[in-house]
Design a protein. Structure first.
Length: 162
């Protein structure tokens, strides 16, 4: 089970890094349009909230204790939130920067904002995948365990009163 703990820690670090990148890129945009209507910037405020919540939860659940695997329902919810962020950001571009996953010819010269938006979208997508894999890993850990003789037994999600 040390491999599962190591994979969980790697996923949590990736979730932390991806959320921090998305928070930074989106925060930079929100800073540049400060003073505009909050209703017009709702999708970016939502992105910042999801990124902040992801940073907090990935820090709390970073260390591989057995209790960190039972949070897989929260991992599913955060993954769904990241998928919504991905859809909102893709919808915002409306194809103005070309195909979302077409990275050919992109350079970071400081004048073009398309690379920043594509990076924001890509890291939101990667974060959604990492949270989803963490959820599947938690489901696997909760429902399977290895007995001392090497056989697998189903792990109960509730505690027995006896």
């Amino acid at each position: 089970m040390i491999l599962v703990d190591l994979l969980s820690m790697i996923l949590r670090l990736a979730e932390l890094a991806f959320a921090a990148i998305v928070a930074g890129l989106t925060g930079d945009y929100l800073h540049s349009v400060r003073g505009s209507s909050s209703w017009d910037q709702g999708r970016f405020i939502y992105t910042e909230v999801v990124a902040g919540l992801s940073i907090l939860l990935s820090l709390l659940w970073l260390f591989p204790f057995s209790g960190s695997f039972i949070h897989w329902p929260a991992d599913v919810v955060i993954s769904i939130c990241w998928w919504v962020v991905f859809g909102l950001l893709v919808n915002f571009l409306h194809g103005n920067c070309g195909y979302v996953f077409n990275w050919y010819g992109i350079n970071f010269d400081g004048h073009n904002t398309c690379p920043q938006w594509k990076a924001d979208i890509a890291f939101a997508f990667l974060s959604a995948l990492c949270w989803l894999v963490s959820a599947f890993l938690g489901i696997y850990w909760v429902h399977r365990r290895v007995a001392p003789d090497g056989t697998y037994h189903r792990r109960r999600w509730y505690r027995s009163r006896v």
